[in-house]
Design a protein around this ligand. Sequence first.
Ligand code: 3PY
Ligand code: MG
Length: 254
Amino acid sequence: GSAFRARMAAGQLALGSNLRLSRSAEAGPILAACGFHWAMLDFEHSPASPHLAHDIALSAIRAGVLPMARPSSHDPREIAGLLTNGALGLVVPHVDTPEQAAAVARAARFAPRGGLSVPGTLAHFGYDKGLAEACALFNDEVVVTVMIESRTAVENVEAIAAVPGVDGLFIGGSDLLWDLGLPGQYGAPALLDAVQRTCAAARRHGLFAGMGGPRDEAPWRGFLSAGMRMILTENDLSLMMRGARDRLSFFEGA
Ligand code: 3PY
Ligand code: MG
C-alpha cells in the first residue's frame, strides 16, 4: 500500500477496476500492464469465493497493483479471512456511523492497533520475513476505506472521517443515489453535494476520498474537481462488454 499512499499524499489519481468476473492470478499483472494502480476484489456483489483473495491478491501485490477486498459484511471474521490471505486493503460497504467505522478499522490491523487475528504465516511481503516484522509492516501498509453510500453516512461523514485507522472515504454512488430517491442520476446536484462534503471531511482529517460510478465524463469533472482521487473506473465485466461491442461493430460494419 505504500505506492498507493504516496499517490494519495501527492494528490495524484489512483485508478482501479472492480473484479467481478476475473478468477485468475493473471488479473493483477494484466491490470498492471494497463496502468491500473489498484483492484477491488468484490465479495459483496460477485459470486467469487474467498480463494480469490489469495490467488489474485498475492500476484497483484507482486505486480505492483494494490489488492483491496470489498467484504460482504462488517464481520471481523470475514475481514480477517480476506486480509490474512492476501488482500492488502479494504473497501467496506455501508459504513453509516463512526461506531461501525471504528469496528472495521480495528478488524483490519493487528495489535496494538487493532484486533486482527494473527495467522501462522503472512505471505504479503514474501516468505523470508519473521511474523512480527510482517505483521508490523502489514499494519503500516494496509489501506482501510469505508463506503459512504447512504444519507445517514453523509450526515455522519465528519465523525466517520475522524475515526483512527480509517485511511479513506469511498462514495458508493449507486447505493447513495438509490437512497436519495434518484436512482442512476449521477448528474444530480445532491450527489455532487455529498461528494463535496465527503471530500471536505477527508481533507480536514488527512484522509483521501474515492468513488466509482458513471460512464459519462461530465459528472466526473465535478467529482474530480471536488477532490476525488481514488477512482474505481469500471469493472472487468463492463470493460469486456465495451471492448467486445467495439470489436463486433467493426466486423458488422465491414
Ligand atoms: C455503489 O456505487 O453503491 C458501489 O457500491 C460501487 O461503487
Ligand atoms: Mg454500493
